[in-house]
Ligand binder design. Structure first.
Ligand SMILES: Nc1nc2c(ncn2[C@@H]2O[C@H](COP(=O)(O)OP(=O)(O)OP(=O)(O)O)[C@@H](O)[C@H]2O)c(=O)[nH]1
Ligand SMILES: [Mg+2]
Length: 363
């Protein structure tokens, strides 16, 4: 049994099996990005959520023995589990149990480079732990047949942890405010130019597009959540003022609300943009779902009304037939235009650049 080998569990209630499968596959990618090694997994249809274990006891024990057979030291759920579910599972399985939320937090904490991103992750992590505290120490309260002493120990521990976490949250929030105020000042000083913000699913090619459009050298990688820190570059034209174009953190299905909150200042680039470019990976079979998720998150951020351009990226990977139909996804949300481009080969980039001129403010 190896600690980083993980067994994936995709419980589904009302969604279709296909949706649940796509989501479980994505969880596999997320686990890899978090430095884990998914070895196997399964979809489990459930009718109701069991209050103790999320799944039924029969299902639970079957999953635990499969995970053991695969030598997995970790079971990962493709959903958000309550603290009680997490505690009951890890006791029963004698191994660690994560949910989707914990995996995404782990990726973010590995990727955070700048002080601001580190603080944002620290804050999200402290909030997550806060909400799971009761579950974590309940085993102490129950130990020794529920003797008074043991119960007292657990409660004391919870109280200590709670205070320490409250301090961490407080400190991270204050530091974060200071850092983002500095960024706000920098942004104000650039405010005379129109701002275009790239948004979209993680790995869609936002940073690549920023590089191709502006000749910048932003880190890109075939991994989920390569960019956590927003980058802004100038998009220069032969004449007249430039546009400012910003990259953002990638979206993903069920992005934990703690992270959306913590990354709020970063995501302000989205809300304050003159226009958005929604980048989609046209070669991904899940492209329509990614588009839906992106629009949902934009709605949650209060950015539903901002003018937008839809960019279907990576068309170099499509066959001629698929290229023709790529634009035929159900394009809801009324973008100002739809472009098919390749950030890699540069195809379609000139047209996109020219179109973006319409958002430029008069000098
Ligand atoms: N074939 C092809 N690959 C591309 C294209 N654009 C980007 N990629 C690849 O897709 C992967 C992801 O690109 P990124 O630019 O890092 O994607 P991102 O949207 O910034 O991802 P996050 O920062 O993780 O949200 C990289 O391996 C890129 O080389 C394209 O037009 N064609
Ligand atoms: Mg990126």
């Amino acid at each position: 049994m190896r600690a980083n080998r993980c067994y994936l569990v995709g419980p589904f209630l009302s969604e279709t099996r296909a949706t649940a499968r796509a989501s479980l596959q994505e969880l596999g990618g997320l686990c890899e990005a978090a430095g884990l090694e998914p070895v196997a997994g399964e979809l489990v249809r459930t009718r109701t959520v069991n209050p103790a274990l999320y799944l039924g006891t029969g299902q639970t024990d079957r999953i635990i023995s499969r995970a053991e057979e695969h030598g997995a030291g970790l079971i990962v759920f493709d959903t958000t589990l309550s603290p009680v579910h997490l505690r009951n599972w890890s006791r029963r399985a004698h191994c660690e149990v994560y949910d989707r939320h914990a995996v995404i937090l782990e990726i973010f904490s590995r990727r955070a480079r700048t002080r601001e991103a580190q603080l944002q992750v620290e804050l999200a992590r402290a909030r997550y732990t806060q909400s799971h505290l009761v579950g974590m120490w309940q085993h102490l309260s129950r130990q020794g047949g529920g003797s008074r002493l043991a119960r007292g120990e657990g409660e004391k521990q919870i109280e200590m942890d709670r205070r320490r976490l409250a301090q961490r949250v407080h400190r991270a929030t204050a530091d974060l405010k200071r850092v983002s105020r500095q960024r706000e000042l920098r942004r104000r000083s650039r405010d005379r130019y129109a701002r275009i913000t790239l948004v979209g699913y993680t790995n869609a090619g936002k940073s690549s597009l920023l590089n191709t459009l502006t000749g910048a050298d932003v880190h890109t990688a075939n991994q989920l959540f390569a960019s956590l820190d927003p980058t802004t570059r100038r998009l220069e034209y032969a004449e007249g003022p430039p546009l400012l174009i910003s990259d953002t953190v990638g979206f993903v299905r069920r992005l934990p609300p703690d992270l959306v909150d913590a990354f709020h200042s970063t995501l302000e680039e989205v809300v304050e943009a003159t226009a958005l470019i929604i980048v989609l990976d046209a070669a991904d079979p899940d492209v329509e779902r990614h588009y839906d998720t992106t629009r949902e998150i934009l709605g949650e951020l209060g950015a539903a009304e901002i003018p937008r351009v839809l960019v279907l990226n990576k068309i170099d990977e499509l066959t001629p037939d698929a290229r023709r139909t790529a634009g035929l996804i159900d394009i809801a949300g009324q973008p100002d235009a739809v472009f098919k481009v390749s950030a890699r080969t540069g195809e379609g980039i000139r047209q996109l650049r020219e179109f973006l001129l319409r958002y430029r403010q008069p000098d």
